[in-house]
Design a protein around this ligand. Sequence first.
Ligand code: C5P
Length: 226
Amino acid sequence: MAHPAAVPVLTIDGPSGSGKGTISRLVAERLGWRLLDSGALYRAVGYAAGEEGIDLSDAEAVTRCAQTVKIRFQASPDGGETRVLVNGHDATDELRTETAGAAASAIAVIPSVRQALVDLQHGFRKAPGLVADGRDMGTVIFPDAAHKFFLTASAAERAKRRYKQLKDKGLSVTLTILQREIEARDERDASRPVAPLKPAEGAVVIDTTGMPIETVVEKVFAVVRP
Ligand code: C5P
């Protein structure tokens, strides 16, 4: 079996609504590589801590939860959305809400929580390759990645995309409130001392404002397979 370090990694980081989730999935499908949705791990820890009645600012208790929580990704049998099982419970629907996003962002500032998730994330690096989606994939988790991307978009456009995503999934949201929540989350993600949201050195930055998904995918492949 190939040594993990020999397995190629492509990282796609950026703020919420930048398109990185969709783009990562499409790029992984086209390459036939595995996909790591690292945000889902932080969401799962926040969710599990909430279920256990843990105060999200209690660093020790949240860390214990991050060290023990069982997170499993399960391909949907009908080819639909991958299900996320948290301690055996299908929490996919709960994890996609903005409340879960805010909880994830709150616990993601705790260094020992981030540390607890490192090995789990490295474990996704298996042949033939990995597309890793998150905030610190290129800077901290896979600094040796062969290709690094950082997607951005204007705050208004990111809020509109998230609004549409959540509406399509049947969730009740208000655009102005959502935009405020997203801005607060991005501000916290970008200003935290540990693994802040920022482009990795040498990352290709793509501003996806007003750009169709296919164009972003082509831009990625123009770099990966010139
Ligand atoms: O990408 P997603 O919106 O699911 O991420 C939820 C939150 O998890 C982010 O706002 C961020 O605080 C945290 N996160 C992180 N590092 C990652 C991925 C997500 O801190 N690699």
